[in-house]
Structures are given as structure tokens and as C-alpha cells.
Design a protein around this ligand. Structure first.
Ligand code: CA
Length: 225
């Protein structure tokens, strides 16, 4: 069952949405503020979508949206803004800041549910990443090389996933260490080279796709590009 978070200070609306989610076979989790939500410290992959009100006390929805997008746990999560304001400006701002959709209040509950379902379907298809002979199915945690399933240790999987998401782009050593090993990582950056080297071994004939950009980082690219 997909798990939906709603961040909304108006209790009536929050309760109505939670009730409607439940009657539509969706699991809901309500928070009255961004602060409350961040305090809950939900794990990556624990939730499937966030409904985010724009008008909130303390931090408004747009500030929270920016925070969510800069957090690796939530950067790719579908986010639908709930806005009472119908001004074009806010919609543009929300979409610019990385919202996937918005619903203008007062909204019909059926419209909201159908927008949620549409967004969930779309993010499912985003679970599949392809780069030439390499595919990753995130929903199954599966990597295939030339249609053959390969087993990758956790960190190598995450490395490959991140490179696939940024294919043909230079990914710096710092951003890889940050993304894969986290903010509090204090080990050596040689760890990264060891994992890259193991990942290349596991990719066999396709090891060359992972290119070293000397002194900078790595790039997933075609051999002759
Ligand atoms: Ca509100």
C-alpha cells in the first residue's frame, strides 16, 4: 500500500484527506508543520508521495519544498502542492522549486486522489533506469547487464544508481562521497576508488562505461563519446 504524507496545519482538511486516502486504499500520515515532519525523520523509501500545503505557520510550503529537494531521501519523491492562492506566480515558483504538481484549494477529494494515483503510476515507471546495455529496476533492486542479472553489493548498487541518474554528466568525487557515504563520513576517499574498481569488475565487458575524469570524479558515458 502506497504511503502518503500530508503536511497541512488546518486540522479539518488534514483529517478529511487522511480519511479519504484510507477509503481509497492508500496509507496516510499527517503532520501539522514542516518542523513536525522533519522531526519524524522518515527513512528513505518509507513514503511514496508528499502533499504539501503552501500556507503554513513558521516555514511556508515553498521553503519546505526547497528543503525536501536538497535532502537525498526526498529529492526524487513526488510532491503535490496544496495551494489556496490561485496566483500564477506561486504555481510557477512551486514548479520551479521542484514540485511535481499542485492542486488549488478548495479541491475536490476525488480530483486529489486521482492526481495522487496518476503521480504514483508515473513514478513507478521512473523506477527503471537504462544506459545502453545496463538497466536498473529500482522497484526490484535489480541490475541487468546485457539482459543478465548481476549481483552488486549495496554501495556498488548505490554508486551505479547515482551514475545512471546522472548519465553523461561529470559526477564529482565529493558529491559521490556525500551521496553514498553520507554527510558524517570521515573515512578516506580511497574507499571510493576501491568501490569504483569493484563495480567496474562486476560490469565486466562494460566496465569502460565508467570513465575516470582525472582529479575531478567519474562519468557514466559511452566509450567513444
Ligand atoms: Ca494552511
Amino acid at each position: 500500500m502506497a504511503k502518503i504524507v500530508i503536511i497541512e496545519d488546518e486540522e479539518d482538511i488534514r483529517e478529511l484527506v487522511l480519511y479519504s486516502l484510507k477509503s481509497n486504499q492508500l496509507e496516510g500520515l499527517g503532520f501539522a508543520s514542516g518542523q513536525e515532519f522533519f522531526k519524524a525523520d522518515l527513512a528513505e523509501g518509507e513514503i511514496d508521495l508528499i502533499l504539501l500545503d503552501v500556507m503554513l505557520p513558521d516555514e511556508d510550503g515553498l521553503q519546505i519544498l526547497a528543503k525536501l529537494r536538497s535532502d537525498h531521501r526526498y529529492e526524487d519523491l513526488p510532491i503535490i502542492m496544496l495551494t489556496a492562492r490561485s496566483s500564477e506566480m506561486d504555481k510557477v515558483k512551486a514548479l520551479d522549486l521542484g514540485a511535481d504538481d499542485y492542486v488549488v484549494k478548495p479541491f475536490g477529494i476525488l480530483e486529489l486522489i486521482s492526481r495522487i494515483n496518476a503521480r504514483l503510476r508515473r513514478s513507478k515507471s521512473n523506477d527503471l533506469l537504462v544506459f545502453n546495455e545496463i538497466t536498473i529496476d529500482q522497484s526490484r533492486y535489480e541490475v541487468k547487464v546485457n539482459n543478465q542479472l548481476i549481483e552488486l553489493p549495496n554501495k556498488e548498487y548505490e554508486l551505479l544508481l547515482y551514475l545512471m541518474k546522472n548519465q553523461n554528466l561529470l559526477v564529482s568525487r565529493d558529491s559521490l562521497l556525500l551521496k553514498i557515504w553520507g554527510y558524517d563520513y570521515e573515512g578516506e576517499s580511497r574507499t571510493l576508488d576501491i568501490h569504483i574498481s569493484n563495480l567496474r569488475k562486476n560490469l565486466g565487458d562494460y566496465a569502460g562505461y565508467i570513465q575516470t575524469v582525472r582529479g575531478q570524479g567519474f562519468k557514466l558515458g559511452s566509450k567513444n563519446a
